[in-house]
Ligand binder design. Structure first.
Ligand code: WTA
Length: 659
């Protein structure tokens, strides 16, 4: 069944974000040395395919491709005829080029234990793990499930699969047994790699019991278990084997096969509009090309001097593309951290940056806003002067958080790159280039060289500058999803049917073009509210709320309203020091929103809450908030970071109604 999204945001109701007129040109030193200059846009525009072929030459190919792009909408094949090994590109070739002693990973465990892994050691570990998987019967094409905490074995395991041409499916360690089981079954995997547990919030957090529960009765025949916490866990003789028993005794020699550019590399499950997650399929040559190029271009990585840190979890696409494949293909030295930002104290991130001299940091707006909530005095205690570039991903970043990030963390000198992309796109699609673009706080700005994006109305007609509508991608790109695992119809329907006439990929996001043609992401179109026939973005109201000095974080949902269609309900977390003055505060904030956007955007209700329900990747679960706002019973909360949050929020509801 085809999704019918609401009409796009209209011109006059989405003007709030456009009030932003601060501009931050690239620092001259960075611009002078930038990996990518403005010439890339012209190159790509003159011949897009040739541009991507040029980028593909960044990789080592066992045999060159014969056909750069075969496009039978909506199915693409990139670099046909080419053969490569993704793991060799991420590891071996750097060792062969004499960089074996360079640190690949500075790993920091939550309790403070550390591991330093050079490229030479990484190669040995990946080869041993690959040999171990072969012993467990894994062959090219077999799917391997990975359910691990943020430990180096997660990287070894992913690369070992890549080396064998066996697609991995990483399931975030915070997902429930049920979620893991569904994914195992959908992927029809025979081998599962997990751990006894990991450390989170200062204590061991067991994984093995959930892995056992998930594997029970599925096709999983062998379970490879990493010992991390040392806690006693159930162990099934004959099926389970310890990593240190099996992998450590393997040879570090492994001769890689070369695979077709379209060999499946991984399946990553992501939520869709139905209850069944979609297994997003990515393949090898095109994916790695765009992962490596975008990491090089957007983060401006200098492999000999930079220390890069992507603070995402390996269980999400950001961890796949910007911890594992992009940075390693580019020979990055990077930090990998196991735990939470507030363990054992709220300065942990800044302590890590100071300790390793991190120069490039990539994190999510929700994390940034949490830090804002904790106050500026926390980062002020650390030396953050090594930072030279900051990245943001995952949701629209409101201008206040953007400025705070740049000023408080970046000392007012670092560019901030707001990067828009999706699990489906595989790699960054829209972002400033740090040495080229004069940045606008809150805007992802322009499609990268070689990428074609536009904003269209409901009929697929591009909107003029100043207009709002749906974000679409108008040309195929190398790291595009190749499909939904086992469900080509759902693939065609979800992404390609909405603008079938034009052949556009429908991203599911609302966006606006400003007067300069720069893009502003407005959140999922399903998060665009309709109040009395006026369309208002939840993002826009949130941005307005957060621009009030009393508010640290805000989440806005449209709740069904018998009179106006939808009513705006806002959940806000106050900044430290701001008092919950009850109705008086709510009135102030409603007036504030009215001032920022217009009376139409005034929230119907404002609830002051201690926390917001978030997925483990940090996305606010608006669906749950909508349930609360509409007094429905709560849906599935297994992906919540902390499911008790919902009880706290529900408890607030009866007393805080306004009007
Ligand atoms: C949202 C994460 C605004 C968007 C890489 C997209 C963003 C969804 C941004 C994909 C951004 C991601 N500005 N919105 N910079 N980055 N999004 O699949 O709604 O977890 O469709 O991929 O996150 O989320 P996913």
């Amino acid at each position: 069944m085809s999704e019918t999204p609401p009409a796009p945001p209209s011109k006059d109701t989405l003007s709030n974000l456009m009030h932003e007129d601060r501009r931050f040109p690239p620092p001259s030193g960075l611009a002078a040395e930038a990996n990518v200059t403005a010439a890339a846009y012209a190159d790509a525009a003159s011949d897009r395919i040739a541009f991507w072929e040029e980028q593909a030459r960044r990789l080592d190919w066992g045999r060159p491709w014969t056909n750069a792009l075969e496009w039978e909408p909506p199915f693409a094949r990139w670099f046909e005829g080419g053969l490569l090994n993704v793991a060799v590109n991420a590891v071996d070739r750097h060792v062969d080029a004499g960089h074996g002693d360079q640190v690949a990973i500075h790993w920091e465990g939550e309790p403070g234990d550390t591991r330093t892994i050079t490229y030479a050691q990484l190669k040995d570990e990946v080869c041993k793990a690959a040999n171990a998987l072969v012993e467990l019967g894994v062959r090219a094409g077999d799917r391997v499930m990975i359910y691990l905490p943020m430990i180096p074995e997660a990287v070894f395991a992913m690369l070992a699969c890549a080396r064998l041409g066996a697609p991995h499916s990483v399931v975030f360690g915070g997902f429930s047994a049920e979620a893991l089981r569904n994914r195992i079954e959908d992927a029809r995997a025979r081998v599962l790699i997990t751990a006894d547990g990991g450390f989170r919030r200062g204590r061991p957090n067991a994984l093995k019991p959930a892995a056992d529960e998930a594997a029970e009765g599925t096709g999983i025949e062998r379970v490879l278990v990493v010992r991390r916490t040392g806690e006693t866990v159930p162990f099934t003789e004959g099926r389970d084997v310890w990593w240190h028993d099996l992998v450590d005794r393997q040879s570090a020699a492994h001769t890689p096969d070369y695979f077709d550019a379209e060999q499946p590399l991984f399946i990553l499950y992501t939520s869709g509009t139905t209850a069944k997650p979609k297994g997003i399929l990515h393949t090898s040559g095109g994916y790695l090309t765009q992962a490596a190029y975008t990491h090089h271009a957007v983060f401006d990585l200098k492999p000999d001097t930079d220390v890069y840190w992507c603070a995402a979890d390996i269980g999400w696409v950001t961890g796949h593309t910007y911890i594992v494949y992009g940075p390693l293909a580019n020979r990055a030295t990077q930090v990998m951290y196991e735990g939470t930002p507030d363990t054992p104290h709220r300065g942990r991130f800044w302590e890590i940056i100071q300790k390793y001299g991190v120069t490039l940091l990539y994190t999510a707006p929700t994390v940034i806003r949490t830090f804002m909530k904790w106050g500026e005095d926390v980062p002020a205690k650390y030396d953050l002067s090594s930072l030279r570039l900051l990245g943001s991903v995952g949701e629209p970043i409101n201008p206040e958080a953007w400025i705070w990030y740049r000023d408080t963390i970046g000392g007012g000198r670092t560019p901030v790159v707001d990067t828009w992309w999706q699990t489906e796109t595989g790699a960054i699609m829209i972002s400033p280039l740090p040495g080229v673009t004069a940045a606008k706080p809150g805007s992802a700005q322009v499609a990268l060289p070689g990428i074609a994006a536009d904003v269209v109305d409901g009929d697929g007609v591009p909107v003029p500058d100043g207009g709002g509508g749906y974000l679409v991608l108008t040309e195929p790109w190398p790291s595009m999803l190749r499909g939904i695992w086992g469900d080509p119809e759902r693939y065609a329907d979800t992404y390609w049917s909405r603008f079938a006439g034009q052949g556009f990929y429908f991203a599911g996001d609302g966006a606006k073009k400003d007067g300069d043609g720069d893009l502003w992401l407005l959140g999922r179109v399903d998060d665009v509210m309709n109040v009395s026939g006026h369309r208002i973005s939840t993002t826009e109201v949130e941005s307005a709320l957060v621009s009030n000095p009393q508010v640290a974080e805000a989440a806005v949902v449209g709740a069904t309203d018998p009179t106006t269609g939808q009513g705006i309900v806002a959940f806000v977390i106050l900044r430290g020091g701001a008092a919950d003055k009850g109705p008086e505060l709510a009135a102030e904030l409603r007036d504030h929103v009215a001032r920022e956007i217009g009376p139409i955007a005034k929230p119907r209700q404002i609830l002051v809450v201690p926390e917001l329900p978030k997925t483990r990747s940090g996305k606010i679960m608006r669906r749950l908030l909508r349930d609360v706002a509409e007094n429905r019973s709560l849906g599935d909360v297994t992906t919540l970071q902390d499911s008790s949050v919902m009880d706290l929020i529900s408890a607030k509801l009866p007393t805080s109604k306004e009007d």
